[in-house]
Design a protein around this ligand. Structure first.
Ligand code: SF4
Length: 221
């Protein structure tokens, strides 16, 4: 299966999109959370993104246009980060977006609940093509009992960082800085992304309250 660079007929089910963040991988990044995950990590950090229903369907043409626009506004944009949900459960859309990113000379970072070995063993050619487009893979299920305390952007100690291409430097000093959260107001809601302090785990996305009140949404991986 050979996917085009952009395909208006290809839809991504998007749980959340942050066009430019510094809390989801090295440098400024275009971060997209897919809606839907077949895994059930105990203490899942994004439980509102487990169901495949919901989210916002967006065409790859629209997403590609947003990515190009972000690149124009932020010439120092370094890459995209795909999270979820489970990006490999949305492989056609993730692959198309990864190809757009590489065409713009941006790196591709993916958080997957599957291990690299499990992903390499999967026969689906689209998933294998997606694997071939990833520069940095953070793999493995989130394990609440093994919270990561040293590596930036990583949820639990079992998760591994794989530099699958030479595009990104494993010794990049930004990997060793403290974690950060970003808080922004968007459409009347408070949106928080980045890896939270342990005390904040569990404050996940809440239904939007009646007009006049505030809501809190928290997304990480
Ligand atoms: S932590 Fe990620 S991979 Fe695990 S169940 Fe939640 S969304 Fe899926």
């Amino acid at each position: 299966m050979n996917l085009p660079l952009t395909a208006d007929d290809l839809q991504a089910r998007v749980a959340q999109l942050v066009a430019c963040t510094e809390a989801e991988g090295p440098g400024k990044r275009f971060a997209l959370w897919f809606q839907g995950c077949p895994l059930r990590c105990p203490g899942c950090c994004n439980p509102e993104m487990l169901l495949f229903e919901g989210g916002t369907p967006m065409s790859l043409g629209t997403l590609a246009a947003q990515l190009r626009q972000t690149r124009e506004h932020h010439p120092d944009l370094e890459g995209i980060t795909l999270l979820g949900g489970e990006p490999f459960a949305h492989a056609p859309a993730a692959l198309a977006l990864a190809r757009v990113a590489h065409a713009l000379d941006l790196s591709v970072m993916v958080f997957s609940g599957h291990t690299l070995e499990e992903l390499r063993a999967q026969p689906d050619p689209v998933r294998q093509q997606l694997l071939g487009e990833i520069d940095i893979l953070v793999d493995g299920p989130y394990l609440r009992e093994q919270p990561e305390t040293h590596r930036r952007w990583i949820g639990s100690a079992n998760q591994r960082i794989h530099h699958l291409s030479a595009r990104c430097d494993p010794a990049d000093p930004r990997w060793f800085l403290p974690n950060t959260l970003e808080i922004r107001l968007q459409d009347g809601a408070v949106l928080v992304n980045g890896f939270p302090a342990r005390a904040a785990v569990g404050l996940w996305k809440r239904p939007r309250p009646p007009r006049g009140e505030t809501s809190s949404e928290l997304s990480g991986k």
